[in-house]
Write a protein that binds this ligand. Structure first.
Ligand code: PGA
Length: 257
């Protein structure tokens, strides 16, 4: 089974765990379960500092949670980590525009620069988009449209072939969330996202664009997003921090067919 047809299960560890020992332990368990899950492909995005403690494996790659918008590999940018540095530390993917980064001031323009920097470094970008609230008129769709259009503006089509989009409604993310979206609603959002991207990409490429669902994914709802919602994968926060919960999600992806 090629990586393309496998479901992409991305673990966003955020600022967890606190110690390198815990990071190694959790990663070890994820590595073993990924090796058994042939129909799933797992990407672990730990804090950048823990990346060198980890090695990719069978059905398993590493990702960064953010990167500098500067497309140089090094320079006078205090506190920043370049795409090239992430790559040297073992990452092949990188999250871009996560809502928790947007909440600290990232704009769609900055996200576009990060997308370029990621592509230049040879990383596979996972562009996160999603609305803060859903309104009955469907105005929120314009937020998603704008995020996609601005982030990908003027990036050559050929480069966008490596893009992954994660649809994560902000109201469904994290502790204070109202719970996950529904698989049926996700299905519609994914169609909308591919329609918007068909202005940037050739039709075949737009219809093959991987769109993941994220926001309160857990072991109970994962299978429904992958089957009813036809998600190409999942972006998992809280439930990726418990090896047993995460194992159940990966298993749902591996057994869905
Ligand atoms: P959650 O986070 O699964 O804890 O809701 C998802 C995310 O922030 O990517």
């Amino acid at each position: 089974m090629s990586t393309k047809t496998k479901k992409l299960i991305v673990a966003n560890w955020k600022m967890n765990p606190e110690t390198p020992r815990e990071a190694r332990e959790l990663f070890g368990r994820v590595k073993r379960l990924a090796a058994r899950a042939r129909a799933a492909h797992v990407v672990v995005c730990p804090p950048a500092l823990w990346l060198p403690l980890m090695r990719s494996g069978v059905n398993l790659e590493l990702g960064g949670q953010d990167l500098s918008a500067e497309s140089v590999g090094s320079g006078a940018f205090t506190g920043s980590v370049s795409g090239a540095q992430l790559k040297y530390a073992g990452a092949t993917y990188v999250l871009i525009g996560h809502s928790e980064r947007r909440a600290s001031g990232e704009t769609d323009e900055l996200i576009q620069r990060k997308l370029r920097a990621a592509l230049r470094a040879g990383l596979r970008p996972i562009l996160c988009v999603g609305e803060r609230a859903r309104d009955a008129n469907g105005d929120y769709l314009q937020i998603i449209r704008q995020s996609l259009e601005t982030a990908t503006a003027e990036i050559p089509r050929a480069h966008l072939a490596r893009l992954v989009v994660a649809y994560e409604p902000i109201w469904a993310i994290g502790e204070g969330a109202n719970g996950a979206d529904t698989p049926n609603a996700f299905l519609e959002q994914a169609i909308f996202i591919r329609r918007v991207m068909s202005q940037r990409l050739p039709p075949k490429q737009a219809s093959a664009l991987p769109v993941l669902y994220g926001g309160s994914v857990n072991e109970e709802n994962a299978a429904a997003f992958l089957t009813i919602g036809a998600a190409d994968g999942l972006l998992v926060g809280r439930a990726s921090l418990g090896a047993d919960k995460f194992a159940a999600i990966v298993k749902a992806a591996a057994e869905r067919i």
